[in-house]
Design a protein around this ligand. Sequence first.
Ligand code: SF4
Length: 242
Amino acid sequence: MNNEIPNLVDSAVAEMAKCEAELVAQILAEDLTPSGIQSIAEQAAEFAETAASQIAGSAFKASCKAGCNWCCYQPVRVTPPEVFRIVRFIRSLPVKTQDQLTSQIRESVRPAMAQNTDIQNKAGTPCPFLDTSSSNAGSANTGLCGIYAVRPLACAEFNSNNVKDCKKGSQKGFQATMVTRERSRVLIYKAVQQGLMRGLTQALPDVENSVFNLANAVLIALENPDTEAAWLKGLPVFTQET
Ligand code: SF4
């Protein structure tokens, strides 16, 4: 009997990934353009959040709230459709905000590239999209995510029931079991990300289809307006990054 419950969970996760893959393939069968790519990123985010909210266990009391951002001090990896959605969002912002975000990303990416290390792999390094002008540290910042409306699946997946554990993770590096997270949420978001990538492979077998470092991939696409067109042609646009 005990073995049946994990099997049921595995089956539900596999079914969710399959469902997501079919939705992605269906969208791209009708629209193999940047607009279709935007649609699959939007659909994946909506699907994951809707499912996670509906299945959320009442026993899990998340401590997450606006302005609490200790979880934003760890590497984030994203799929290409999410990268292009984020870039489109940034380009829709006021020019001053665009320039500020781009310069924050450059400041985060360049030193890591110079040292040939992964970005944000050091504990205590905030995500470049985070407004740290004040944050948890005190002073007068907002502590908010500058791309919250289009934040990656990997970010939306994260929640915690203990702020102290998150703070420790931000300072010492997040270890696998350091933070207690809502398991159903983690499984749902992982299933949707897997399904997104599987559907992408079915529809566009030649494109670069992996997860990439958020800051580096977004900077590449921001600095080269032809990135999405080149990616759709199957060119390796992100693989040169760390
Ligand atoms: S993208 Fe936003 S939510 Fe994700 S780590 Fe960066 S600041 Fe935090």
